[in-house]
Design a protein. Structure first.
Length: 451
């Protein structure tokens, strides 16, 4: 990184950032209060609120959102007549999954091979630190040239829509000229990237019932309808032989026109086992950024250990569908529900329940904010030109903000590059990426204020 005062300040702040991220990662802030204590999320929210207060933010508040979680808000006044920029991140995290699969405890930030490991280190507690570092660097070098609104969501990973509903009920709260969503990531480490599109998402819980109760498989198996087998057949109908998502009425053949994603690089990024094929057709970018993709997230059925020789009376699954731009999520949800009902065999009783939903998003990459970010990233990443990529994940708030504030320019950056392994075991963040992106964000705010 070329030497400049902002970059030098950020570099000097990195030890403090590591200490703070250690504190923040330690909170088990999973917004599923059947699995994790609500007090952990509340403590993480208070940490963020205290950090904003220490930076001079005004009107700092813990917002009680309709889904039972808290989002943290604060406002940092800038010069009179300056533009307003909203900085977004979320402090809630995914569950650690199999803790035995972690090389180090998931809620203890641990350095290994030059990376910092811990749940939320990249997604998205690191994003909170990225915003704080950028603001601190500006304050140390002439001041923050814009009005800043800061919002840290408490349930983004659950997709329960608490902050979206709160924003709709308080439409002036998050209004801004530009929005920096710190919950995306570079295409690869060291390559500055803004995310131009996001797939939307819907989640359905599907339940199949066939019997009043479980039956002895020796006495009744072969004629009694097995709910678990029926569920397996339904789930299998969601994919073609090559793995392409095949939901009746949903087009699976759109294409991506931007950045290419080399198939061998994808195999390395996804850590696909030797000899195992990728699924679907078209380019990798087509499959992960431009087309619908179904995933079975979980199945309720007896575990292998302790299973009895029984015909199962009931079975459930949680199914996720990623919805690309150009397809309405409400319509996709209806198609998925009808597909599940239509493909349930043997006249079994089937019911579906929508758990969460968000619309896909497309940014206007021709807006002035993108030019300001491109110039900033060219300084933070010398010799690299800013790239535009899609993201298969979903950030439902983006569409809510776009609908509430159609004038706002929305940019997506962040720390979730492929090596970060977000949502998986051994999630990590690159401190070099945290440093460079903090510099880029600080310089963006300067550029945008002057534009």
């Amino acid at each position: 990184m070329s030497s400049n005062p902002v970059a030098e300040t950020v570099a000097s702040l990195m030890p403090r950032a590591r200490a703070e991220l250690t504190e923040l990662v330690a909170f088990q802030s999973v917004a599923d209060f059947d699995q994790f204590p609500k007090s952990e999320s509340e403590a993480a929210a208070r940490w963020v609120a205290d950090a904003l207060t220490a930076e001079g933010f005004q009107d700092v508040a813990l917002l009680d959102t309709p889904d039972g979680t808290q989002s943290v808000y604060g406002h940092l006044p800038g010069p009179a007549g300056a533009k307003t920029v909203l900085l977004y991140a979320h402090y809630d995290v995914q569950p650690p999954l199999d803790e035995a699969g972690w090389a180090t405890p998931p809620f203890e930030l641990t350095e290994r091979d030059g990376r910092w490991y811990g749940r939320g280190a990249a997604d998205c507690k690191g994003g909170v630190l990225m915003h704080l570092l950028a603001l601190r660097a500006l304050k140390a070098n002439g001041g923050v040239p814009v009005h800043v609104k800061f919002i840290a969501e408490g349930s983004e990973e659950q997709g329960t829509g608490g902050l979206e509903r709160y924003a709709e009920a308080h439409p002036g709260l998050l209004d801004a000229d530009a929005v920096v969503i710190g919950d995306a990531g570079n295409f690869r480490t060291g390559l500055p990237t803004v995310t131009a599109t996001l797939r939307g998402m819907t989640m359905l819980r599907v339940r199949i019932d066939t019997l009043e109760g479980n039956l002895h498989s020796g006495q009744f198996g072969g004629a009694a309808p097995d709910a678990l087998s029926a569920l397996i057949r339904v789930l299998d109908s969601l994919r073609a032989k090559d793995g392409t998502t095949t939901i009746d009425g949903l087009t699976p053949d759109a294409s991506w026109d931007g950045l290419r994603y080399d198939e061998e690089q994808f195999r390395k990024d996804a850590k696909v086992l030797d000899g195992v094929e990728l699924i679907g057709d078209g380019t990798v970018a087509d499959r992960i950024w431009a087309r619908p993709a179904v995933t079975v997230l979980g199945i309720d059925c007896p575990p292998v250990v302790g299973a009895t020789p029984s015909v199962q009376a009931s079975a459930r699954a949680l199914v996720s569908l990623r919805v690309p731009p150009g397809i309405d999520t409400d319509e996709a949800t209806k198609l998925l529900q009808v597909h599940l009902e239509t493909h349930t065999p043997w006249g079994a009783r089937v019911s579906t329940e929508r758990i969460g939903q968000g619309q896909p998003f497309s940014a206007d990459t021709t807006s002035p904010a993108y030019a300001a970010m491109a110039d900033a990233m060219a300084v933070a990443y010398p010799g690299q030109e800013m790239q535009y990529a899609g993201q298969g994940g979903s950030i439902p708030l983006c569409n809510t903000l776009a609908a509430l504030y159609p004038h706002a320019e929305i940019l997506l950056i962040g720390l979730s590059e492929p090596e970060a392994r977000i949502h998986a075991v051994n999630e990590s963040v690159s401190p070099e990426e945290l440093e460079r992106l903090s510099v880029a964000e600080a310089l963006f705010l300067r550029n945008y204020a002057a534009g």
